[in-house]
Write a protein of this length. Structure first.
Length: 368
């Protein structure tokens, strides 16, 4: 809304020429991040207290061999972060931009899906009583399929002809393939895989939110490069008019993540739950496609990839097919907890690894 108000004042009020700042992507990105950060912190205390009083608490699955502080019931606070993100996007984003609308659609759809899962867990008093795995996959794939069709069909998004279905790989300047209509199942897999990998990582205080902020920050940089004609030409990236609005969304999510960490740091009394983790994961998968950097997630999101792979190897291959365990528990952060490593040490080390991976991802801007 501020974008439209600023544009109107700039056009009609002579002495308010400074309102041209609303046309600057960098200004709106910084303002949006600060807004999301402040809203999350200012709303947080009241929201957490409200949720506690109304019994919106998560109960851990078991208490065996885990520190007592790790098993204290925490309230679901994903709605707080989602609300801050949506409010900030409405304030600072171009609401008529198809890129903004797609990002909003991803956040809202996955937040509602995660919210339903959290509601069922609270209602039945059991963290295993949420949506079934198949139901989640169907609902996640529904959004991903619609998004893929919107993205691939020419004329809906302002993409250069032929760009939508081209596949880019980090460290290479040119696309490695044009998948044509095969790009649709690739998009579905990418969005669903990234959404679930982030969801799996939300298991310790502050474990997921900081790596998410690193990943979304890196994708914001790539979106800015792709939106700038001269910079994209210099770095040999495809120029995508209008994708700069993704920068605003990424910056806002970055600010909201920092604000949420205010309450989610150890010892936390609030967790993202599926509402927050699915919303962030679904948005990350969507942004990865919009910026044409799907495989970049294997680098910058290496922490989430590791969480997902460890769970897949343990549950699907080890337990179900081979009848044995490869880890004491999956995903991998629980494996180290079972071996006696302190929660705070696991979390900080994951942050360090995530930061290093983010730097590697940024290096692919030039090392190509």
């Amino acid at each position: 809304m501020i974008y439209y108000l600023g544009t109107y004042l700039y056009d009609h009020v002579a002495w308010m020429s400074f309102m041209r700042l609303v046309h600057s992507i960098s200004f709106r990105a910084i303002a949006g991040a600060i807004t999301a950060l402040m809203l999350t912190i200012l709303w947080g205390g009241r929201v957490v207290l409200f949720l506690y009083r109304h019994g919106q608490r998560d109960m851990p699955r078991d208490y065996i061999n885990l520190p007592a502080t790790s098993n204290q019931a925490k309230t679901y606070g994903g709605a707080l972060m989602v609300a801050s993100i949506l409010a900030s996007v409405f304030l600072w984003g171009k609401l008529h931009s198809p890129f903004t609308l797609i990002c909003l659609g991803a956040i809202i759809w996955f937040a509602l899906l995660g919210g339903l899962d959290d509601y069922l867990k609270v209602r039945h008093g059991n963290s295993l009583a949420g949506l079934s795995e198949s139901a989640k996959l169907v609902l996640q794939s529904t959004f991903a399929l619609v998004f893929a069709l919107v993205y691939v069909i020419e004329g809906i998004l302002p993409l250069p002809p032929g760009l939508a279905t081209e596949l880019y790989v980090p460290f290479l300047k040119t696309p490695v393939a044009d998948l044509q209509w095969l790009y649709i199942p690739f998009v579905v897999f990418t969005v669903v895989a990234i959404a679930n990998s982030v969801n799996l990582a939300d298991g310790l205080d502050g474990l997921a939110v900081v790596p998410v902020s690193f990943v979304i920050g890196v994708y914001g940089v790539f979106a800015y490069v792709s939106s700038h004609a001269r910079i994209s030409e210099f770095l040999i990236f495809p120029f995508v008019p209008g994708v700069g609005e993704v920068v605003i969304v990424c910056s806002i999510v970055f600010g909201a993540c920092l604000g949420f960490l205010w309450f989610n740091c150890y010892p936390a009394n609030v967790i993202m739950g599926d509402t927050g983790s699915m919303a962030l994961g679904g948005l990350l998968g969507t942004v990865a496609v919009l910026v044409k950097q799907e495989f970049l997630f294997l680098i910058v999101g290496g922490v989430f990839v590791g969480e997902a792979v460890s769970s897949l190897v343990q549950d699907k291959i080890g337990v179900r097919w081979l009848g044995r365990r490869f880890f004491e528990r999956a995903p991998f952060h629980d494996h180290y907890r079972m071996r006696g490593l302190a929660d705070t040490k696991i979390v900080v080390r994951v942050w360090i690894v995530a930061g290093i991976l983010a730097l590697f991802g940024l290096a692919t801007l030039k090392i190509r």
